[in-house]
Design a protein around this ligand. Structure first.
Ligand code: HEC
Length: 167
């Protein structure tokens, strides 16, 4: 079929109109789905202080007086287990959401390859109240850079539901 000049012009116009329509629709979905993140909460100074006391009483013996971790924490011991890591920026505590940190402190950490073996990180669920666990996490947050805090805050927002397995 041979198109006349005006037919080609109208076809061109039609394609542009369709593209503009599609672009408008995509734009609309984009603005609809992009919900702004709630702002990162500021730390409660009193809770941080309470957390520091809990930390000194229950955690410092293994994780270090200043949360700097056990000596050579990044090198596994002869039994293949890792010593207590730091909780400041140099460690990986800030890689975990609030939910995972609460679970770790409450339930402890065993060796996943040796079920029933002694806890490498003791469980504090029977020792500390929930508020004390949250306070000690607030203390850790006070040790992190703004960037690490923001990263962990985003991870916490993504992980608001319960996880099927404790860490
Ligand atoms: C008896 C020593 C010991 C005590 C006391 C202890 N921890 Fe630990 N903790 C460990 C060890 C060892 C690990 C590392 C386990 C591993 O990586 O396999 C660990 C890991 C952790 C982790 C996970 C860190 C990560 O990045 O994965 C958190 C969080 C933690 N401890 C918090 C605490 C808090 C809070 C307290 C005090 C309430 C505490 N620990 C007391 C030995 C201890």
């Amino acid at each position: 079929m041979k198109w006349s000049l005006w037919q080609r012009r109208w076809a061109g116009f039609g394609i542009i109109a369709i593209l503009a329509f599609v672009a408008a629709c995509t734009n609309q979905t984009r603005t609809q789905t992009a919900t702004p993140l709630p702002p990162m909460p500021t730390l409660d100074a009193e809770r941080v202080l309470q957390g520091r006391e809990v930390y000194q009483a229950h955690c410092a013996t293994c994780h270090g007086a200043n949360a700097e971790g056990a000596p050579h924490w990044a090198t596994p011991s002869p039994d293949g287990l890792y010593p207590a890591p730091p909780h400041d920026d140099s460690g990986h505590t800030w890689h975990h959401s609030d939910h995972v940190l609460e679970e770790t402190i409450r339930d402890g950490m065993g060796d996943p390859l040796r079920p029933g073996s002694p806890m490498r990180m003791p469980a504090f669920g029977e020792v500390l109240a929930e508020a004390e666990v949250r306070a000690v996490i607030a203390h850790f947050k006070s040790l992190w850079s703004e960037e690490h805090r923001f990263w962990q805050w985003n991870d916490t927002l993504k992980d608001l539901g319960p996880t099927p397995n404790s860490p």
